[in-house]
Design a protein around this ligand. Structure first.
Ligand SMILES: NC(=O)c1ccc[n+]([C@@H]2O[C@H](COP(=O)([O-])OP(=O)(O)OC[C@H]3O[C@@H](n4cnc5c(N)ncnc54)[C@H](OP(=O)(O)O)[C@@H]3O)[C@@H](O)[C@H]2O)c1
Length: 345
């Protein structure tokens, strides 16, 4: 009987809520595929799941976080389209932080050739996010100018690359000077360092004097209104996260802080949207789990860009699964670049 390692959050909380357990490997059901996981992507959303504030996780505890993984197929049933030993990358609505997962074949793809398991595991969530943000929420066109916040992080790096692949002009904003090289290396046309006082908006305006056709914001509070104000006619503000609701470096959100953050989130008036010819939209990529065909289309398009060398393998920092708490701590610091992944030996 084979055993596996799995991270479990029995009750939402701080880093101590992440428990590593050993248990029997899951059995492959009819039409399913089992993967021996070698790496699992870590997303900011996983921290929010651990804290208990992630809407789609409510009522599901005890729960294993994790939306993405890579590894080798080690159990198939007829008709799955995969065979034992295939190197694959996959998505799962929770459960990714485990050394063995069982999924439907529609949640699996062959890993890009030449990529490490770490690089493959870091790919799906942020590229599905970038695909949805750019091609569904904002519907960007060739030649449009877009603004990407937190452009050195996981989702931000993907947005920069997918926007460049869509032939957009990209202005990237990062939280510190140490991060500037990341979006620059990914092809951003201008990179601006954010400061607390907000004087960085002057540099943003110089980089895009005509304003923006689309702005992608997961800070969620202070940059939303100034981003909206910089939309050109027909411009779209896409909101996809609220990182600023949490205090950097803290492993839990205080209710007072959340309430204060909520009160500061700007409200957009429909009269204003109509008068200015601008729109505001939001999304959560978890929605794609209810639309497997759409997720499949999106991953297909993203992997095709990899095949055309228009997307680079993600830059990763690996943590053995035993150090999952350190991975969450690093992500919550707001200082990381690229993607973090957990590895399983
Ligand atoms: N809606 C969706 O479907 C969806 C999907 C994926 C990600 N997201 C959201 O997108 C954001 C990025 O996710 P990610 O997994 O790729 O993480 P990440 O960008 O690798 O890391 C988070 C980044 O957010 C910025 N940040 C702003 N305020 C922060 C705070 N209070 N604490 C920590 N970081 C803060 C920091 O970058 P700078 O200081 O450089 O700005 C930090 O590096 C998160 O808000 C996440 O919830 C949403």
């Amino acid at each position: 009987m084979a055993f596996m390692k799995r991270v479990v959050v029995k009750k939402p909380g701080g880093h101590r809520a992440l428990e590593l357990v050993s248990e029997r490997e899951p059995v492959v059901g009819a039409g399913q595929v089992r993967v021996r996981v070698r790496a699992a992507g870590v997303n900011y959303a996983d921290c929010i799941v651990r804290m208990g504030h992630y809407e789609a996780a409510k009522g599901r505890y005890p729960l294993t976080p994790g939306f993405e993984f890579s590894g080798e197929v080690d159990g198939v049933t007829p008709g799955s389209g995969f065979k034992n030993g295939d190197r694959v990358v996959g998505i799962t609505r929770f459960g990714g932080y485990a050394s063995s997962v069982v999924v439907d074949p529609i949640q699996l793809w062959h890993a890009p050739e030449g990529w490490s398991f770490e690089q493959a595991a870091a790919f799906p969530a942020v590229h599905l996010t970038a695909w949805y943000a750019l091609h569904r929420a904002a519907r960007v066109y060739d030649g449009e100018t877009v603004l990407v916040h937190s452009a050195a992080g996981g989702a931000g790096s993907a947005l920069v690359q997918v926007a460049k692949a869509a032939k957009c002009r990209v202005v990237a904003v990062v939280g510190s000077a140490e991060k500037v090289h990341v979006p620059r290396a990914l092809g951003a046309d201008a990179v601006v360092v954010r400061d607390r006082a907000g004087s960085f908006w002057k540099a943003v305006d110089e980089a895009a004097p005509q304003g923006f056709d689309a702005v992608f914001d997961a800070n969620g509070i202070t940059t939303l209104r100034p981003g909206f104000d910089r939309l050109a006619p027909g411009g779209r503000l896409v909101v996809y996260g609220f990182a600023e609701m949490l205090t950097r470096g803290r492993d839990r959100a205080g209710w007072m802080g959340l309430a204060f953050g909520y009160a500061r989130v700007p409200r957009f008036n429909p009269f204003e949207l109509t008068r200015l010819n601008r729109s505001v939209s939001g999304f959560n990529v978890v929605y794609l789990f209810n639309k497997p065909e759409l997720a499949s289309q999106a991953m297909g398009e993203m992997l095709a860009l990899v095949g055309q060398a228009k997307l680079r393998p993600p830059t990763t920092t690996a943590f053995p699964v035993e150090k999952v708490a350190e991975a969450h701590k690093a992500l919550e610091s707001g200082a990381t670049t690229g993607k973090l992944v957990l590895t399983f030996d």
